[in-house]
Design a protein around this ligand. Structure first.
Ligand code: KIV
Length: 269
């Protein structure tokens, strides 16, 4: 996209995107400058992830991120990418009751300019997703590895390897889609399970460490730029051998669209 076109490009809805763009490219962003570059690179969806706790704030996990942090960073991303579809994370403990969930999601939409909010959790989150859907707030579900539960899980571990866990995650996907989730992120599951989830729900499934058989991919921006000293198996450094951040983002978008990312060895069995 040409820089002048950033503000005038038509605002895409998720159904538009889904019809026009498969696989979908998604990338995290936390400020205006990187959001602008991602929009220029043709990234379809920007995720203001609570991963900002780690990659921007230097925390050891995402648990300390507040709704005020999310509103602040979402505003910055919206300024840099006025016409790009933006999903903002509901941080830890902001999606417990229906009232507080509506209030926090409302801030992300009204104050910060998000188009959709993301909620981490399994089937128990269905009533909250239905409540948001009911008042017109689009929701992206996030299943598989749930970083907000890292203290319960005892680390960032692949989920769904045992058959009963795989069945539970498939059930989560179905229940959350039925509750109204319009998009679904699936994190760190065996590639075969990622493919089964994508085949079993009627909404786009975006993978991170879920193999190439899903409907799109998401990466944390700092991982894509090779800034993670301990990258996970599903991370590829797209800046390596390229001359600019814009080129790295374009290479990521091309690799997702051609399904050359992730390669088999970048997924889990
Ligand atoms: O917070 C985040 O960046 C995320 C991605 C890992 C999907 O939720």
């Amino acid at each position: 996209m040409h820089p002048q076109d950033l503000a005038s490009a038509p605002l895409k809805t998720l159904p538009d995107l889904w019809r026009a763009t498969q696989p979908i490219t998604m990338l995290t962003a936390y400020d205006a400058s990187f959001a602008r570059l991602a929009a220029l690179a043709g990234i379809d969806v920007l995720l203001v992830g609570d991963s900002l706790g780690m990659v921007v704030q230097g925390q050891r996990d995402t648990l300390s991120v507040t709704i005020d942090d999310m509103v602040y960073h979402t505003k910055l991303v919206r300024r840099g990418a006025p016409q790009t579809l933006i999903v903002a994370d509901m941080p830890f403990l902001t999606d417990n009751t229906q009232d507080s969930t509506r209030q926090h999601a409302g801030r992300l939409m009204q104050e910060a300019g998000a188009d959709m909010v993301k909620i981490e959790g399994g089937a128990t989150k269905a009533p909250l997703i239905a409540a948001l859907t009911d008042v017109g707030i689009p929701v992206c579900a996030h299943i598989g590895l749930l970083p907000q539960r890292v203290r319960q899980l005892g680390g960032y571990k692949v989920q769904g390897r045992a058959s009963e866990d795989a069945a539970r995650i498939l059930h989560d996907a179905q229940v959350l889609a039925d509750a109204g989730a319009q998009l679904m992120v699936v994190e760190c599951v065996p590639s075969a399970l990622g493919t089964r989830i994508a085949q079993s729900v009627a909404v786009p499934v975006i993978g991170i460490g879920a193999g190439a058989g899903v409907d799109g991919q998401v990466l944390v921006m700092h991982d894509l730029l090779g800034m993670n000293p301990h990258p996970a198996r599903f991370v590829r450094d797209f800046l390596r051998g390229r001359g600019s951040i814009l080129q790295a983002m374009q290479a990521y978008a091309d690799a997702v669209r051609s399904r050359s990312f992730p390669a088999d060895h970048e997924g889990f069995v």
